[in-house]
Design a protein around this ligand. Structure first.
Ligand SMILES: Nc1ncnc2c1ncn2[C@@H]1O[C@H](COP(=O)(O)OP(=O)(O)OP(=O)(O)O)[C@@H](O)[C@H]1O
Length: 460
């Protein structure tokens, strides 16, 4: 112990060593600063730092992807939500999030959900990547903030930025095209909620007159290939359809057929549940490109026109104004996003404000009307798989005479697969309707109500 103590350097020796070392360092620093050019200085400093610290400092880089970007939905976040479930089946955690919203098919395999705070690994051109979904509570609506962390080695940061994110967007787009979704707006959490879109009508199976079908297909084709055209004429790449006609004439089926044809998701907005114009603007700007915005029953969705609410909720439904809606259709609609379709439906076109109908506002107005002989034959071919029958003739004569909707006809045709029984039932339905209409007409004629009489003729 004593010998060890004797070998220790004296305090004065340590002090003199320290002084010499400081002097050399100062001299070296002065020479380095005065003689070596600034760029070379930075380069050398960087190399020295890398050499000494690379094994100690974290070499990981994290991209933070929040749910909103510029106050609208962040499509990178959305793409991650769509893409990541494809990586989940190999997840080696002890639990996994599963669920389904498909009430029509309860036996279907549930879908995989993205678990919170769980690492999901991906591989991109040999680069190891880690995704994690985080969730934090907030004090104000929407009360929860979600964001993804995407982590990689620092050196791959640029490649991920330029190539991986493009790959992510393309992959998500491909997945979305395979399964269409319908979204409804969740006001409480200020977000769109999706379910798988299980509507099968297509423009082929929809019973509509051939000229109408051709017109719609031509218009949709021109629209989807029209990016340059729309740009060249200085118009936004958008299309607006107004579908009008009595209940059961196929307006919703037409929306589904258009969505299936275009492979666009549907964003179904209940205008009555929107608080005010500001909220409307926020909701509408959060719909993505290549989508259909659907507003059904537009005649009772805005302003004072809404008479269908109770006293307590009346205030709510008067908050979205017609001008708010129009400014979206004309202004905001034109200035944000592209390749979008807006579809408005109504059972009462005559109740709509003329401002909504003026030329240029909705590009095409489509009447979904009562059944015609052509529509009847198409429905029979679809439901009963026949193209001729002895009852066709009397049925077609009555179809021309009375107002019967395609929904009423399909209901009758679905009663049985036996064509004789189904068509007999339909004939009876039409005969009853004829009798009823004749009685009504007589009653109105006797009462002298010419306005009502004209309306009945017009309906037909
Ligand atoms: N043109 C049609 N071709 C084939 N089926 C049709 C057609 N029109 C209606 N149907 C059938 O009638 C049902 C109701 O139609 P749909 O909901 O599309 O009518 P709608 O006009 O949207 O009615 P509403 O105004 O009450 O919402 C559909 O499920 C479909 O089976």
């Amino acid at each position: 112990m004593a010998s060890l103590y004797n070998q220790a350097p004296s305090v004065s020796a340590v002090f003199s060593l320290y002084t010499s070392f400081s002097a050399i360092m100062m001299l070296f620093r002065t020479i380095f600063n005065d003689i070596v050019p600034k760029q070379i200085q930075d380069h050398i400093t960087g190399k020295v730092v890398d050499f000494f610290f690379s094994s100690y400092l974290p070499s990981r880089f994290t991209f933070v992807i929040e749910k909103e970007w510029d106050s609208v939905e962040n499509i990178t976040f959305r793409a991650a939500e769509v893409y990541l479930p494809t990586l989940l089946s190999g997840l080696s955690t002890g639990n996994i999030v599963v669920g389904s919203s498909n009430l029509k098919n309860p036996e279907a395999q549930p879908k995989l959900g993205i678990p919170i705070d769980t690492n999901i690994t991906d591989e991109f051109e040999g680069i190891h990547l880690e995704w994690t979904l985080h969730s934090v509570e907030t004090k104000n609506s929407p009360y929860e903030k979600r964001f993804f962390h995407l982590t990689c080695e620092k050196e791959f940061r640029k490649k991920i930025m330029t190539e991986y994110f493009t790959y992510l967007m393309k992959s998500a787009d491909n997945i979305l095209r395979e399964s269409l979704k319908i979204y409804t707006y969740d006001r409480r959490n200020s977000c769109w909620l999706s379910t798988i879109f299980e509507h099968h009508p297509t423009l082929e199976t929809l019973a509509i007159e051939s000229h109408l079908k051709t017109r719609i297909i031509d218009d949709l084709d021109a629209f989807s290939q029209g990016k340059d055209y729309f740009k060249s004429v200085g118009r936004a790449w958008k299309r607006g359809y107004l579908l009008y006609g009595p209940p059961g004439t196929g307006k919703s089926s037409m929306v589904a057929a258009i969505a299936n044809y275009m492979k666009y998701d549907i964003y179904d907005l209940q205008l009555q549940s929107v608080r005010d114009d500001g909220e409307l603007r926020r909701i509408l700007t959060s719909t993505p490109n290549r989508s259909i915005l659907l507003i059904e029953d537009i005649d009772c969705g805005y302003g004072a026109s809404c008479k269908c609410q109770t006293k307590e909720t009346k205030e709510d439904c008067e908050r979205v104004s017609l001008s708010g809606l129009l400014s979206f259709v004309d202004g905001l609609w034109s200035s944000c996003g592209e390749e979008r379709i807006i579809i408005l439906t109504t059972n009462h076109k005559e109740k709509l404000d003329p401002a909504l109908l003026r030329p240029g506002r909705m590009d095409i107005h489509i009447l979904m009307g009562y059944c015609t002989p052509f529509v009847f034959r198409k429905l029979v071919a679809l439901y009963l798989k026949i193209d001729d029958h002895v009852l066709f003739d009397p049925i077609e004569k009555l179809v021309l005479k009375v107002c019967v909707t395609p929904a009423e006809v399909t209901q009758q045709l679905m009663v049985t697969k036996n064509a004789d029984i189904a068509l007999k039932g339909l004939l009876e339905l039409l005969e009853n309707k004829t009798m009823k209409e004749e009685e009504d007409t007589k009653e109105i004629e006797d009462g002298g109500d010419t306005r009502k009489l004209n309306q009945m003729k017009k309906d037909k």
